[in-house]
Write a protein that binds this ligand. Structure first.
Ligand SMILES: [Zn+2]
Length: 75
């Protein structure tokens, strides 16, 4: 079984917000109940939640970083 850096889905997942709250990357972003959000356990005891726009930026940035690591290890 291959290991993943992203661990189990409970460490990082996309889910629908039940209640409205602020995005934790930008307090001016409001996540409404029913909106999709990214949940990330950066701190194992308390997850951070990001709105879809911030989540896309974070995920794209991480894909880019993983791509760089991949090209470094393949060099
Ligand atoms: Zn946001």
């Amino acid at each position: 079984m291959a290991k993943s850096l992203l661990r189990s889905p409970t460490k990082l997942c996309v889910e629908r917000a039940v209640n409205a709250h602020d995005c934790q990357a930008n307090s001016r972003h409001r996540i409404r109940g029913g909106d999709m959000r990214l949940k990330a356990f950066t701190d194992p005891r308390s997850p951070d939640h990001y709105c879809a726009d911030c989540a896309k930026k974070i995920i794209r940035g991480d894909i880019e970083r993983l791509g760089l690591l991949l090209s470094e290890i393949e060099a």
